[in-house]
Design a protein around this ligand. Sequence first.
Ligand code: NAP
Ligand code: GLV
Length: 306
Amino acid sequence: MNISFCCKDDNAGLWMGELQAALPQALVTLWQPGAPKADMAVVWAPPQQFFDEQPELRAIFNVGAGVDALMKLRLPAQALVVRLDDAGMAVQMAEYVCHAVVRHMRHFAAYEADAQLGRWQRRLAPDRSTFPVGVMGLGVLGERVVRALQSFEFPVLGWSRTPKVLTGLDCYAGLAALPHFLARCRVLVCLLPLTPETQGILNRETLGQLQRGAYLINVARGGHLVEDDLLPLLASGQLAGTTLDVFNTEPLPPEHPFWRHPQIRVTPHISAGTLPGKSIAQIVDKIGALTRGEPIAGIVDRQRGY
Ligand code: NAP
Ligand code: GLV
């Protein structure tokens, strides 16, 4: 079996070494233009040329949960596209989101500012029963985030494309239910895949339907947020603040107004990092299952886009 590796990653050597060690019967090579044809690929943000030169792939393993970049390319029709299923990302996402929610609700940013001034001042946190957190996207990551939020006793509601039944969660599904879901949220967490249906879904109209003074956490993709709508929503008080981990342009340019805005907290797309060990173990298991003709989880529905 030939596996072609094509990832923009400084640790390509480490990834390939671990893959090769776990699959001694395979030949793992770093792709370069003109490379021999492979039957499996392990990729992150590959160029179109990669797929143009690899028409015989049986499976494409995406080294990440989100496949939006892959879905923009022309892929070999017969190839299965397989995304990472958790692989250590879900718990990171849960801690990131809980940190952002708790930091906002318990006024930790204000305490950090007070500390600079040596000011001893207690601030009242709202009753958490009045602090509903809505999670858009109830997939592998969204569901883990929901469970983490519930452990802190926040009322949690969720929104997905198809109806779900999850313990202790008020679930909404589909576009028709979106305004009802939004109207209840004091915090909104976006964990949707970026598809033609979800592009720009966080905008003046939808964010305007949240409770006044709501807080937005976008940990999915920059393309979900209409960035030009954000500053007016903050200025009007409709949004109290936001934590953004993802942006339309990454890296976020140094001169971008979001960096220094007092109500915007920026992190550089780190809410859930890909862990090489767990990711390689998952990919190796799935290659084994496919080789034996067994079913695997995480196959992307190309029609749906996730
Ligand atoms: P997933 O398992 O595919 O779950 C996606 C969820 O979104 C599902 O519940 C799905 O509904 C819902 N959804 C999709 N399209 C929708 C629509 N049009 N309307 C309403 N709901 C819709 O994905 P995941 O593994 O949880 O990951 C989610 C996203 O997180 C990824 O696509 C990626 O962009 C992002 N991510 C970011 C980072 C980071 O570091 N910032 C790290 C990893 C992932 P159904 O359940 O009905 O199908
Ligand atoms: C990271 O953003 C991922 O999609 O895994």
